[in-house]
Ligand binder design. Structure first.
Ligand SMILES: Cc1ncc(C[n+]2csc(CCOP(=O)(O)OP(=O)(O)O)c2C)c(N)n1
Length: 340
């Protein structure tokens, strides 16, 4: 396999600044608080539709998005809250969307799985498994045709990488050297199915070999490892070399959706992964780097406050008016989309 580290490693192994490592921590804590609150309000029956949390997977979002410019694009999945927050989505507007309020990203009509903000490069979460992958390839093709320097990162799960559309998209992106990164968030499961029961290879990144592109598997619970791998892949794409695959090994600490008792998993394995909690471990890392615990606590408090304010904003916001039920659903400037 062409190893991305050998082929393109241009970043110097460096000590990261205090500001940068605290930013990784802050992003992970913000995502965790956001989703823990979601679980509470879902249990109270105040959120509608399915909620899929990424609790335990925050390092992938924090690391990957830190490697991107604001002008770069991402596509993400039904489990995308963390990725959206890390790319810069406003937690108030997101929360309002999840509560079905008019002030939400989609006017309260999209919910958890349909948040998009093109101005931030967020081309959308997506409830259809694998559907963000060809959208990302298309976005990367557009950048190539326009001659701009943006890179698009498709973020998706291990099960999505078994969809035909993954192979079609990676093949075409490789053949046309598109500025794309295919980021597999490997949390081991597609609903209740363990990836090893449906896949013959030990890693998913090894599939890069089939398309003669770089592929790498990294510790997805370490934001710095994710950042370094994605940064390399993004620079590689930005320089016109084409796509790569980055596989981040992680684990979702809750069921597939809220309410799933996750009986298909062994208690032992879940307990093992709990010891690898990305936030707890990164906190230890920060302390080992001499960061004062008071600074860490003040980030915790700040993030708690931000999410409390997001909840308040969502609760205080109005519901969409029933007269708007069909607005924003069909494109008004395209005649073919107008209902007759
Ligand atoms: C095309 C399609 N097939 C099946 C489903 C039902 N479904 C929703 S999530 C999911 C599993 C996705 O697993 P993975 O891609 O690994 O992402 P994860 O949920 O682990 O983040 C399935 C099968 C769907 N939404 N879309």
């Amino acid at each position: 396999m062409k190893n991305i580290r050998k082929v393109v490693y241009k970043l110097k192994k460096q000590e990261y600044s205090k500001e940068m490592i605290l930013e990784f921590y802050e992003t992970m804590v913000k995502i965790r608080n956001f989703e823990v609150k979601l679980t509470e309000y879902f249990t109270k029956g105040m959120l509608y539709g399915n909620i899929h949390t990424s609790i335990g997977q925050e390092a992938v979002a924090a690391g990957a998005n830190k490697a991107l410019e604001k002008t770069d694009f991402i596509t993400t999945t039904h489990r995308g809250h963390g990725q959206l927050i890390a790319k810069g989505a406003d937690t108030k507007i997101m929360m309002a969307e999840l509560f079905g309020k008019k002030t939400g990203y989609c006017g309260g009509k999209g919910g958890s799985m349909h948040v998009a903000d093109v101005s931030l490069g967020i081309l959308g979460s997506n409830g259809i498994v694998g559907a963000g992958i060809p959208i990302a390839a298309g976005s990367a093709l557009a950048s190539k045709i326009r001659g701009t320097k943006e890179v698009t990162v498709a973020i998706f799960g291990d099960a999505a990488s078994n969809q035909g559309v993954f192979h079609e998209s990676v093949n075409m992106a490789a053949a046309w050297k598109l500025p794309a990164v295919f980021l597999i968030e490997n949390n081991n499961y597609g609903v209740s199915v363990n990836i090893h029961n449906v896949t013959n290879t030990e890693t998913l990144a090894v599939r890069a070999k089939a398309y003669d592109i770089p592929g790498e598997t990294v510790d997805g619970n370490d934001p710095i490892a994710v950042y370094e791998a994605v940064k390399k892949a993004v620079e590689y794409a930005r320089e016109g070399n084409g796509p790569s695959i980055v596989e981040c090994m992680t684990y979702r600490m809750r069921g597939h959706y809220e309410g799933d008792p996750a009986a298909y998993r062994s208690k032992e394995v879940t307990e093992e992964w709990a010891k690898k909690d990305p936030i707890d471990n990164f906190k230890k890392y920060l302390l080992s780097k001499g960061i004062d615990e008071k600074e860490i606590i003040s980030i915790d408090e700040e993030m708690e406050k931000e999410i409390e304010e997001a909840i308040k904003f969502a609760l205080d916001s109005p519901l969409p008016d029933p007269s708007e039920v069909t607005t924003d659903v069909y494109s008004s400037d395209n005649e073919r989309c107008v209902l007759r």
